[in-house]
Design a protein around this ligand. Sequence first.
Ligand SMILES: Cc1cc2nc3c(=O)[nH]c(=O)nc-3n(C[C@H](O)[C@H](O)[C@H](O)COP(=O)(O)OP(=O)(O)OC[C@H]3O[C@@H](n4cnc5c(N)ncnc54)[C@H](O)[C@@H]3O)c2cc1C
Length: 465
Amino acid sequence: MTSSVVNGGISFWYADDGLPAVREPLPGDATADVVIVGGGYTGLWTAYYLKKAAPFLRITVLEQKFCGYGASGRNGGWLYNGVAGRDRYAKLYGHEAAVRLQKAMNETVAEVVRVADDEGIDADIVRGGVLEVARTPAQLARLRAFHEHELSYGETDRELYGARETAERIRVADAVGSAWTPHGARLHPVKLVKGLAAAVEKLGVTIFESTPVTEVRAGRAVTPYGTVRASYVLRCTEGFTASLKGQRRTWLPMNSSMVATEPLSEEQWAAIGWEGRETLGDMAHAYMYAQRTADGRIALGGRGVPYRFGSRTDNDGRTQPETVEALRDILVDFFPALAGVRITHAWSGVLGVPRDWCASVTLDRATGLGWAGGYVGSGVATSHLAGRTLCDLVQLDSGQGRATELTELPWVGHKVRKWEPEPLRWLGVHGMYATYRSADRRERVSHSAAPSRLARLADRVAGRH
Ligand SMILES: Cc1cc2nc3c(=O)[nH]c(=O)nc-3n(C[C@H](O)[C@H](O)[C@H](O)COP(=O)(O)OP(=O)(O)OC[C@H]3O[C@@H](n4cnc5c(N)ncnc54)[C@H](O)[C@@H]3O)c2cc1C
């Protein structure tokens, strides 16, 4: 069944839009004012805002393969306002601080759309919001609680739908309700990252590709081709961070896998609806996420094999055949009319997961070392807010700027302990996801509205609550 699937090749988005021509590597030792390690959304947005704010700065981006090689070229294209760790930040720094973070995220969604427009980046963006469906009584109870919770962070423009209103938007089998927020858009991840890299280069930032950084130290980024010295060295390597010297246990590389169907027929779309192009998710513990693509496919993702022993990352996006089958099963379970549909592409990528599951942005003023990430599964918009924040932190530190609303957000300078050494790391993460899957199965057969105790236990073990 999976033999005709193109598995890997980075992602469907590259199959659709073409792999880029790779830029030249670093020719030898060099100097800059700011060196950015990693050419994903975080590194590129940081470069973009810094160069705009201070055009005289010499900024160099060092990318191990090509810009967009990582999660930024492989994601589900949900540009939305979720930020990992908000609830924890509320506990640590107070509710008001977390409300400010949430407000900044809501504005970020609009800001990405605006900048893409200004820069002439056509990334197939449709602002249809985010629709999250519940399909069991326990999921519905969770959905209602989730909706109330989001309202308490000032997101008053969101809505809760019953089964009928949900079906008017998207006909998901067994859907008993859904929640919708306007703070979301569907996009083509690769078109965004390619357009952004070109915009950054046009501003005068130097990008070297095929240039792996082996070590990041105060004042320098070391590569096999030479060392770049700079006052500020910013690490924007997300799920790949563990491969840098001294960073093995900083952020755990968590895999997420996706599949894309062949383009659906008009009859199939008529059966499903989805006219609003909302990004679609569910309330299962081992959740799924999906979008209706510009060329009429469904791209759908979920966890697959979440973590590889020793923090290893994938090979150019290949995923396991079992994962492809598992994602196909979810697709058909959601949309029975698609029972015979062909899966044409499958791929995977890595997310960065901090030990406390909180995204953060830091600039160490003593060393000039900075980093941003740990977004878990919500980095498309968060990386933009992080990039703008790193820009403001550099400006503040160098005396070119003042403290801003962004430099005062509660995720700035957040410290987190490292992950456990192996085999504890592997055992912990696998145990947690096995528990989530089992909790979902129980909720489906029990028809009880009570959330699974197992899942709450897994949350506690994971350090998420
Ligand atoms: C399958 C999948 C689906 C996802 N779906 C969504 C979604 O729908 N919505 C959402 O909000 N988030 C989603 N995410 C998460 C989101 O894509 C990421 O959080 C975001 O792209 C992170 O951007 P980044 O620039 O920090 O990291 P990356 O895009 O991973 O970029 C890091 C870059 O650094 C480079 N690099 C790494 N190490 C080195 C080194 N040593 N030297 C030089 N360069 C290096 C890499 O090659 C890479 O290009 C998804 C992630 C995956 C994997």
